[in-house]
Design a protein around this ligand. Sequence first.
Ligand code: TIU
Length: 226
Amino acid sequence: MIKVSARPFDFDLDPSQAALVVIDMQRDFIEPGGFGDTLGNDVSRLTAIIPTTAALIRLFRDQSLPIVHTREAHRPDLSDCPPAKRLRGKPGLSIGDEGTMGRILIAGEPGNQIVSELAPAAGEIVIDKPGKGMFWATGLHERLQERGITQLVFAGVTTEVCVQTSMREANDRGYECLLIVDATESYFPEFKASAIEMIVAQGAIVGWATPLAKLEAAFEQEMADG
Ligand code: TIU
């Protein structure tokens, strides 16, 4: 067991049962000229976490621990996108419409790819999810159960939408969740801050939160202790 200094108190990480989950680091949310940018969001806030997220992925790869990458992605015929979701957003910029990087949030389109710096490696799990949460209509819970995973370390975007929804879904399914605060971001800084506070409130009601440096320090301490 590795003790990770975190809020609201230390997180006991068991590497034999832990996986990293990187949520929706796809071009349309992150890159200048993509869907998020076209909507008027400041995507530089999101591009800023690419180096930290890359370092977090490296840490898990170095330890040969499982990594899950998700994409928010719908089928080209939109049969997995209910009107309650498709009708949100701005006219002409809804899911399935033609954007600057292909059709918005459609599987296989250029904008739907994970940014090159964080590209999944062979053997890592890649999930196309039609919802905000990573368990809805994905079969991910069963795949994690097959591997004996009980703890999830979270990164990705956006903190208060797909990351928080996925953490809450994970918590309901019995996973212990640790959010890496400098490897997650929102277009709205106040929403990121609030989401983190909601997660750690009431004795880690949804999970724990810590910066990458604390997780790295915990792994280094573990190696020094042998
Ligand atoms: N991945 C994710 O969070 N999807 C969103 O639509 N987020 C927004 O903040 N809009």
